[in-house]
Design a protein around this ligand. Sequence first.
Ligand code: ADP
Length: 310
Amino acid sequence: MIETRDLSKRYGDLVAVDGIRFSVQPGQVLGFLGPNGAGKSTTMKMLAGFLTPSAGSASICGYDVVESALAAKRLVGYLPEGAPSYGEMSVRGFLEFVADVRGLSGDARRRQLDDAIGRLSLQGVMHQSIDTLSKGFKRRVGLAQAILHDPKVLILDEPTDGLDPNQKHEVRALIQAMAKDKTIIVSTHILEEVHAVCNRAIIIARGKVLADDTPSALEARSRFHQAVSLTAENAAAVRDVLVRIGDVAAVEIDAQDQRLTAFPRKGKAIFASVVEALRANAIQVREIALEQGRLDEVFRQITTSAQEAA
Ligand code: ADP
């Protein structure tokens, strides 16, 4: 559905996107992760046909975004970062304008407008000018505009930026619902969002792809993967018990909340032996958890080592 081949973009001397290559299949919700300035927005703009690549190419459903720009654009809904332009227009005026640009007419036009307005709960602000809307509503108008023509491919640049927790939840639910019959790329710097909506994640930094995997496989790269964390009275004494377990590589105590974390030797599972050791030593735990791994730690590790290497 989406394919890039050595896609690159230069701004003068700056290489913002540096030979990115990936493809996205139907049903995938791809999370685009990276620090500020990594090249996420630039890549998305090229996919949406808003910027011309300096080198390499990209295609949407087989249509090259430069050579068959119109055909490619027809298949894409794009939510740019920030607020929609045309701030002086009313929400209704803007969405009707977009419907015209998208060539919608008759019943389909009415149906699609009603659908987008309903999905983004815009009924109460249809007559308000975009400039006077809250940040959250501006974002929702942008999303309505992106899904209006029911595109096969959605490219969403920070779709939940500026939304309150309830609105974030609604937008994530909307993305999940649309994922059934669309291919979606979502850029975000909110790692919990990757869990909530994505079944694949690409981490980019300095314009290069550094990791491309499922969110759980990325988490598995974390040193916290399969670690056991717990809280109990007298953390230091509990640590002395846990370090004696054969497959435990290290035990750390968090200085702030005295939480203990036991790290397994590579590839080992330690939960059962930790529980057994606690029982044998009559140690009462307040809570205990098996860690899946921490995406924020993996993200930091991958992106900072890229920075150091540069
Ligand atoms: P991200 O979306 O990951 O934050 P961007 O794609 O916006 O990153 O930017 C990538 C790099 O390109 C940054 O260093 C940014 O300053 C630079 N950049 C983006 N747009 C322009 C532009 N129009 N002119 C010059 N440099 C730009």
